[in-house]
Design a protein around this ligand. Sequence first.
Ligand code: 13P
Ligand code: SF4
Length: 332
Amino acid sequence: MKDNVDNIKKKGWLDIEIDPMLDLLAEIEKLKKEKNAIVLAHYYQEADIQDVADYIGDSLGLARKAQETDADMIVFAGVHFMAETAKILNPTKKVVLPDLNAGCSLSDSCPPSLFKKFKQQHPDHLVISYINCSAGIKALSDIICTSSNAQKIVEALPIGQKIIFAPDKNLGGFINKQTGRNMVLWNGACMVHEMFSLEKITKLKVRHPNAKLISHPECEEPVLAISDFIGSTTQLLEFVKNDACQEFIVATETGILHQMIKDAPNKTFIPAPPNNACACNDCPHMKLNTLEKLYLCMKYEMPELLMDEELRLAAKKPIDRMLQMSKELGIR
Ligand code: 13P
Ligand code: SF4
């Protein structure tokens, strides 16, 4: 065991072989009970991971679940900033994730040292940051938001309030348009949601005249402008379940299609095409997690997410403010 742990620390999971006859889904269920662990997964995870998770959700739902759980170990199948948020909210729990390298291009587009200078240039502004950012950025923020509560949080602030919105310029631009505000935007974006091709989507809409285009607000403005519905992953899922339409073009990461097909099996879902021939609407960070790595991280209880306490407390304040505002504003 000790040899294994040292090896994993040095090389990751590369050298660990898993018996191909092992029923990983059953083993993961066993480990959950043995270790009093909860598996939280984002909708962009591969289908097997979603199926074995105790809870699947968008960033707001996952943060709430991580805060309220009494499990001893939180196994976070998502990306680093999500696991970090779980640790910030529930520090006495052990938080592990299948692959510590599962980052986020949007989070990476906003380094704290540069953001600090940007903030200094706008001294009288309140800072609202999208949850897709590092703990360092959260610590420099006044309120955190997610794609499901961003608009309502901005609307709840006084009209004249000057605001910096970081790091996603697309979500920030969308909120500016919806609310008539003029928030100063950090120039960051998500590599997956920027890839959708307006031209190919337009052609697809011509071929499927009855399909509704549904998009995540991280998409660029021209795609949002022709969308029938815009929302967080959970909101997109709710929309396809409840709307009378039978066919949807889905402009977000493809992992969400698994739940859409499960929840609305008689409807048709067409992934919006990216602007080249690759599978660019798969998030390469989210997809670093695999069922094998999930099993190994539960078995060996690593890699573990650890945080500096001072940073954790500073990053917690704006998240607490978001959770409190979401509660007051009745956001589910
Ligand atoms: P939500 O699931 O909160 O909509 O976020 C989408 C996303 O890009 C997460 O990385
Ligand atoms: Fe980050 Fe985009 Fe991947 Fe979400 S989909 S984790 S925002 S790179």
